[in-house]
Design a protein around this ligand. Structure first.
Ligand SMILES: [Fe+2]
Length: 375
């Protein structure tokens, strides 16, 4: 028996879906967002106007990429001072993930970063509603029960997972991401593709997650190029929806070694998550496909796509401007050589534990090296 959860209470999708914020009941709302992009494209003003018809609104901004423990604690202090009963996270995966961690510690003050990884976590928020409005089509944090926080002092990114983190309301409004720069659309779209492929080749998948993941893979191959090249509303909305489907799938079935290795690099060098995944994905698939079960899954995808899926991934990556290796992505070789042992150790953590082929330090080391140098 298995329990499947695809979204919070409600998913609203389509251009103009942001208007759903105007239907929420609350007294004090706090918007959590990133840098300037959501201000510049008018989304924050629109959200404030919709929410202020219903109650008070405050904005907390400045969450950076790969949000850290310190950033979460700064936002948490603001949240405690303002005492909202609704949190609205607007932006890429980073502000949504940061808002999730703030919300967990805000609603349960006895929890903190020192005990959260050893405590049994609460399943349901009771005081604070939570809405998420993604501006990138990649992490699918708007429907998942996961937040990933960076601990620079450990050189690690660690995931916190509990149902209390899943947003009640997910808003997929393509208009919010029409101003997304092409290279961010490319990197985040490749993150979504990585989610879908890692889920599709995860042994825990089931009938539901299999179809969601496969649908997302086919949809991303159909729409990502146009989303990157033209950035029109239709392609951005489609990428939003296929990214979300990939999230529904992986949050139930799990990921794999691509995410294990990419977290090791991103935590040390602040490499963009989607960029790292996109680079690492074909190297991991080349390794995993030596396993007959994985080879059979990839053969099904290849038949659906009309060409070898790993070669299609490589070609798509190249076309949307992803470098062939992490060295070309700008990580200095001296840093890699200095850190190689710890990178291998940290690559064994997280989703590598659910890779379809069980890994050891000895078997993962050449993949880490290939991801860095290429070839
Ligand atoms: Fe990811």
């Amino acid at each position: 028996m298995k329990s499947i959860r695809l979204t919070g209470e409600r998913l609203v999708t389509g251009p103009g879906a942001l208007g759903a914020l105007g239907e929420l009941e609350f007294t004090r709302a706090m918007i959590v967002t990133g840098g300037q992009s959501m201000f510049r494209n008018g989304t924050i003003d629109r959200a404030k106007a919709l929410l202020s018809q219903r109650g008070e609104v405050a904005v907390y901004s400045g969450v950076g990429a790969n949000p850290t423990r310190d950033e979460v604690e700064r936002g948490l202090a603001e949240m405690r001072a303002y005492a909202p009963d609704l949190v609205v996270a607007i932006g890429g995966g980073s502000p949504i993930d940061a808002a999730k961690a703030m919300l967990l510690f805000y609603e349960w003050p006895e929890l903190n970063f020192d005990n959260v990884f050893s405590s049994s976590l609460p399943a349901k928020r009771t005081h604070t509603a939570f809405a998420a409005v993604p501006s990138t089509s990649g992490t699918a944090s708007e429907v998942t029960h996961v937040t990933v926080i960076t601990f620079p002092e450990l050189g690690q990114k660690l995931a916190i997972k509990t149902e209390a983190l899943r947003p009640d309301l997910a808003i997929l409004d393509g208009e919010v991401c029409c101003s997304l720069p092409a290279h961010i659309a490319a990197q985040t779209g490749m993150d979504a593709l990585t989610h879908a492929i890692e889920c599709y080749t995860n042994r825990s998948k089931d009938t539901f997650t299999d179809l969601l993941a496969r649908g997302a893979i086919e949809g991303i191959f159909q729409w990502l190029l146009r989303s990157v090249a033209e950035g029109d509303l239709e392609s951005r909305q489609k990428m939003h929806e296929y990214s979300c489907m990939a999230g529904m799938a992986f949050s139930n079935a799990g990921l794999g070694m691509v995410h294990g290795i990419s977290h090791a690099f991103s935590a040390r060098y602040n490499t963009a998550h989607g960029l790292a995944n996109a680079v690492i994905l074909p190297y991991v698939l080349d390794f995993n496909r030596q396993d007959p079960w994985v080879a059979a899954q990839l053969a099904t995808l290849s038949a659906a796509l009309g060409g070898d899926v790993v070669e299609r991934v490589r070609a798509l990556s190249e076309t949307v401007g992803i470098p062939a290796c992490l060295k070309d992505a700008g990580i200095p070789e001296a840093d890699f050589l200095r850190d190689e042992t710890i990178l291998i150790d940290n690559s064994m953590l997280g989703s590598t534990k659910v890779n379809p082929v069980p890994m050891t330090r000895e078997t993962i080391a050449p993949i880490v090296r290939a991801s860095y140098y290429g070839g």
